[in-house]
Design a protein around this ligand. Structure first.
Ligand code: URA
Length: 235
């Protein structure tokens, strides 16, 4: 792929702007400055550098973000900044979007991509991809609430009860809940249906992929092949 087109594909602006970056020797390919915008670059395993920042060649951008509280997942947020503002401009230019939504006050693992197929696979109700949440509750959690969550609770606008795929007490006011659906405010509404109330909510896991302990709130990283495997996306 021509270097100029490669930069444009990765969100570095117009072709003309990318050409300028290259001509001004701000771009390196596998560690070597390249000032030819039309150089043919082998993209296999490529890492290119712009202004000293390394970028892996990525046909699609697939990322995980440790969502902090106080950010909205919507692209057109109403009251708080969008989670997308936590990403470099180049990724926003690629039109990445969150896969599903977490509430403004929910923290934890959020996947973001411009890969429609990955987004569709993880959002599809049919696939029943498990999502694991840690909910801090207002009142102590008891076995009756756990039993109700596992058996299914009726949410106000639903005709059928909705059951958790997993529910366990992990502290007096701490509940770990596994859901395979993604209804609006589902955790908060299910817990409310048992007579308790969610005071704080954190997503620990999507599929087999956990939020890494060293990814701090507000930080993001590329998904590695092994992460995509844990999501059931790669064989
Ligand atoms: N369920 C909720 O209630 N809120 C979230 O952010 C995610 C799941």
């Amino acid at each position: 792929m021509q270097l100029e087109r490669l930069l444009q594909k990765h969100g570095f602006g117009t072709r003309k702007g990318c050409r300028g970056l290259i001509r001004h020797e701000r771009v390196a390919v596998n560690g070597q400055i390249c000032d030819d915008p039309f150089a043919e670059i082998d993209t296999d395993g490529l890492v290119f550098t712009v202004d000293g920042v390394d970028w892996p060649y990525a046909e699609f951008a697939c990322l995980m973000l440790h969502k902090p509280a106080g950010y909205e997942c919507s692209r057109k947020p109403m009251h708080h900044p969008s989670v997308l503002t936590l990403l470099p401009i180049q990724l926003r230019e690629r039109d990445v979007q969150p896969i599903g939504r977490l509430d403004e006050d929910t923290t934890g693992l959020l996947l973001i991509t411009d890969d429609g197929q990955l987004n569709h696979m993880l959002s599809s109700a049919k696939r029943k991809v498990p999502k694991v949440y840690l909910a801090t509750t207002k009142h102590p959690v008891d076995q009756d609430q756990i039993d109700q969550l596992l058996a299914g609770v009726l949410l106000n606008d639903e005709l059928e009860p909705v059951a958790a795929a997993g529910a366990e007490m992990v502290g007096e006011n701490l509940l770990r809940l596994t859901l395979t659906g993604g209804k609006y405010h589902q955790v908060k509404r299910m817990v409310a249906a048992t007579g308790n109330r969610v005071e704080a909510l954190h997503r620990e896991m999507v599929g087999e992929l956990s939020l890494p302990a060293d990814l701090n709130p507000g930080e993001w990283r590329w998904l590695a092949e092994v992460d995509l495997q844990k999501l059931g996306y790669l064989p």
